[in-house]
Structure formats: structure tokens, C-alpha cells
Design a protein around this ligand. Sequence first.
Ligand code: UGA
Length: 468
Amino acid sequence: MRIAVVGSGYVGLVAGACFAELGHSVVLVDNDEEKLAALRAGRVPIHERFLPELLERHRGKRIEFSGDLQAATREGDAVFIAVGTPPTDTGDADLSYVESVAREISGAINGYKVIIEKSTVPVYTSHWIRTVILRNGAPASHFDVASNPEFLREGTAVVDFLYPDRVVVGVESERCAEVLRAIYAPMADGSYYERSDAIPRPDRAQVPPRLIVTSTQSAELIKHASNAFLAMKISFANAVASICESVGANVQQVCEGIGTDSRIGPRFLNPGIGYGGSCFPKDLMAFRAVAKESGYDFRLLDEVIRINEEQRQRFLRKVRSVLWTLRGKRLGVLGLAFKGGTDDIRESPALLLVQELLREACQICAYDPAAAERAKEVLKGGVQFARDAYEAAAGADALLILTEWEEFAALDLDRLRGLLKYPIVLDGRNLYDPAVMAQHGLSYYSVGRPAVDTVHEAGARLGNRRTP
Ligand code: UGA
């Protein structure tokens, strides 16, 4: 199939590269000439595993980059809209980019085309895209509008795209459904997974994935409801972690006990410093706004958001309770990205915490394997950047782990203890076993698990009076 993908952000770039990987001919359209030039020159603007390989494999063969949306529409069988839908002040999604793409497409509809929304959008967006295209003169018989929400996570986007739990397509006609079935056929019939050069299958993946065909409204709601449910799981785990801290239980054990119930499932039950990123915070606000507009006051979502905000404050209070005063304290910080495996710092709880610690006049030396450059632009010289985790820890009053990068879970703990001024680790992502930290002589404070306090334990062994 000939596919145009409009917007070369995370979703558009990954979708375009993966459609080419499935054997389609793809034109990736963007109005940012600099970005197009970089992509044509082989540069990849985002840190995403397997994306450079796929772009390299298909560039100039099955994938082209263009600034001409109308030409790409005329030549395509399907046009995916993957432009940004940023939040407005009221929390609604700003759909003006989607609208302007729809307007531009309408003049180039020269035969039957399927226009597919891939950006995360509120319910009824496909209806509005259709209306805009009709108002701008395209005949109704020449196009259909479909919704094909994306469930990929940053950092594992390519694998999530090619090995999804399901593919959801929301359609209003059988003709349109056929086009989408053809696009996803190599995945749905399993033929892609038999290729020797296929992107390696992750452990958990079930192939072939299920193709779920729904109405467009249902598909639009599936996306918002999925993200809201996942965020709710995280906030639930965070709330349970707070109770665990009060009663001396271990949230890891509790979540394992909950998550082994197959009706609940173990994933997305990791407590921490709260969720961030460009999706959950924005989508929850948008879903809440959608619900309100439809006459439903979705207060559960307010609570999910409140718990998430509170989680950062709780961690800050923990830092204070361990270090007493903060002014002038030197802190090593591991992680600035909103999660591991990405250079994205949008709505990063790690970055927000660093900014709060800077307001408290802490001195920060930070390390992130991928997000440092982006963080530097935001932090504007207020933070010192280290070349690795050990440099960040050197001479610090305490080390803070704020992003769940895999490499942060495999540090040489003896080396770390030797480098820190005081052997204190505050882990906002629960990457270590408290017992292991204790064995290495580190005081260790994580989320929802008993603390390890080497100073007071040593004091208690010597019969000293415990300080509060
Ligand atoms: C999320 C969804 O997981 C994807 O399915 C969806 O397609 C995407 O949003 C989107 O709407 O485009 P993403 O934001 O890339 O993906 O990242 P996640 O892996 O979901 O993590 C989101 C945040 O939750 C991160 O800050 C992460 O650290 C945090 N998190 C995640 C937890 O605190 N605990 C967990 O157990 C899981």
C-alpha cells in the first residue's frame, strides 16, 4: 500500500518506519524543513531503540521524507494523521493542527482514500475530520475516516508497534476496514514474524496480534480509557505504597501479591515518584474534559492526578527527613528523563523534582544516559552534569535515583559507597533490594518499603540513643 504519514514526531516517525518495515511504501510528511533535512541526511531526532536501523534499512527505498502534504495525499491510498494535540489551558486537546491537516488533505483527494487519525484525540475527532474534509469540497464517496490509536511506549516504541497486544481500528465502512486490514496484514497473518530480518520478538509478545475492529467513537475512547486505566494502576500502587510506609509493610511484596491475580496483572504496579511524559498527564486531563463535556463528572481521574502530584511531594519530604536541611547540600541525581530508555523530559517527575531541589538551594550534579542535552536547555546552567553515575555521586551528601534506567539498577555499590560523602541513597524508583543495600553499608530509602538506616542501626548496636 502507499501510505502518507503526516507528522514526524514520536508516533509518526515510528509508525512510518514500521509501515515501511511491513512492506508498504511510505511518505513521511512534515512542515519542519530542518527536521526533514536531518531525516534525509540519516539523522534520527529521537532516542528510540531499533528506529535508526529501520530508517537506515528503508530510507530512499520504501520511505521518503516530504514537505508536500497534497502530493503525498494524491499519491497515497491511506493518510495517517500523527500531528501534535497539545493541551490547552483548560485541559482539552488542541486539535487545530489536526484540523489544518484535514483541510489541506481535502483538496488533494483524487480517488478513494482512507484518512486515519493516529494522534491521541478525543471522541468525535474522526467525525470532525470528516466534516472538515466535506466542507472543503471532497466528495463523500471518495474517502473514509478511521481511528487507529497507538499504544506504543517511548523507548520501546518500535517493538511495541510491531509486537502489540492488539491493533485497534475504528471504522465506519467495510471498504475502509479492508484497507486497514491490508495495512496490518503482515502482522495479523503472522508473515512478518517469520521473516529472518524481523525486529527480534520480545519475551512477552504473543503473535500474531489480534485486530480489533470497532466503531470510530469506540476506538477513540479505547485509547483514552487505556491510558487513564494505566495511570490509575500507577496511582493505586503509589497510594498503597504510602500505606505500606505507615504500617511497615513492603509494597513490592504487596504488589506481587496483588499482581499475580490474573484479573489484575503485575504490570504498571510499580510505585515511584509518579508518572510523567507527554501522554499520561495530558491524556488524563483531556479524558476528564471529554467526560465533562459529555455530562459525566469523572472524579476518579481527579484523584488519580492528585495522588500523582502528591507522590513527588512525598519524595521531597523524604529527602528532607533524611538530610534535615537542604540549603547548600550537594546531591547526586541519577536520571532526568520521564522514564528509562528515552531522552524525553516532557512532564518528567525527575526534572520537576530537580527544579524543586534547586529552589531549596541544593547543589545538583546530575547524570542521565540520554536526556542530559535536553535537560540542559531547561535547567539553564543551574545544574552540573556528570559523565556517569559515579561522577554524579562523587562527594555528594546523598544520591537520588529518579529515573528507572536499567544501568542505574546495576551500579557497583562498593564503589558508590566509597565515592559518596555520606553513604545515603534515596531511590524514587525502587531499583534495589533494601537488604542488598544494607549489606553494602548504604543507608537506603525507597518508596513503600522499609528504610535501611546504617547510622542508627550501628548506633543502636552500640547502645546509643536513637535520634527521631
Ligand atoms: C504511555 C502508554 O504506556 C502507551 O501505551 C501509550 O501508547 C502512550 O502513553 C501514548 O499515549 O502515546 P509512555 O508515556 O511512553 O506510554 O510511557 P510509559 O511506559 O507508559 O510510562 C509513563 C510514566 O509512568 C513514566 O513516567 C513511568 O516512569 C511511569 N510508570 C510506569 C510508573 O511510575 N510505574 C509503572 O509501573 C509504570
